[in-house]
Write a protein that binds this ligand. Sequence first.
Ligand SMILES: *Cc1c(COP(=O)(O)O)cnc(C)c1O
Length: 303
Amino acid sequence: MDGFALPSPVERIRFRGRKYFLKRDDRIHSDFSGNKARKFWYWLHRDLSQIRKVVSYGSPQSNAMYSLSVLARMRGWDFEYFVDHIPGWLREHPVGNYKAALENGTVFNEKPIKVRNGSWGEEVLFVEEGGRQAEAEEGVRLLAEEIVDWQREKGIGSLTIFLPSGTGTTALYLQKSFRFLVPHSSLLTHIVTTPCVGDAAYLRKQFAMLESDESNWPRIVDLPKKYHFGKLYREFYRLWLELYRESGVEFDMLYDPKGWLVLTELVSEMDGEILYLHQGGLKGNESMLPRYRRKYPMLSRTL
Ligand SMILES: *Cc1c(COP(=O)(O)O)cnc(C)c1O
């Protein structure tokens, strides 16, 4: 398909004296990238001639919403998105994912969604919040295949893949794919994740909705301190700035700060190579970064 850079590149970065591999899924495509490109891959390339419209729901700032608006535009479908509430300031000054979704023709429906999957007509593609659906497995399997090919080529026997989770869909299907792809080989590959929305119990519930066999679940690691999704934390911003300065890579500001915080705590007990999965989400930084700058002006000077 045009404009898609697949397999996505793997780079070497250094952070706080340690080397990491970085899988750049943020580079898949200029508009359609990150783990949403993997999760929505199935709908991008299938022959779905009966579909006229995509319907989904969630926050008006969501990365998934933006990617669905791109999917709909690419496929010539309408996109209707249900939100509980659009803040007045956002409506007056659209930014980030919301602005881009509007530009892609998204129709916002400001009321709680009542009709769930199964009750829409056959011309509607209904997508769960954040893309937590079985169809995501296909695109995530392709990601796993890319990593296995790369791992074999590089001769990396023991690899830990780390990624922060929202719904956990990407981490779960990655773990499942690896069990399927390298069941008896000499490659040892572990998936480790941390919850960014809710706690570990919440994440396990998300896994259970997609996969009953717990041996296919990735390892969950969390910190004692509870972080609320979408809230701003000084240590998140500090880490994000430090990452940016040291590695030259822009990471997402919602999931990756928690991800790197956990990973840097964990790293002393890990041997073998570590691959961090860059899952995109940079459009969301267009609204997150100004919020951080306003809240922590002193830290921002070092950017
Ligand atoms: C959506 C998203 C996640 C969470 O993905 P899940 O599959 O829901 O766990 C993580 N990072 C970024 C940048 C995202 O956009």
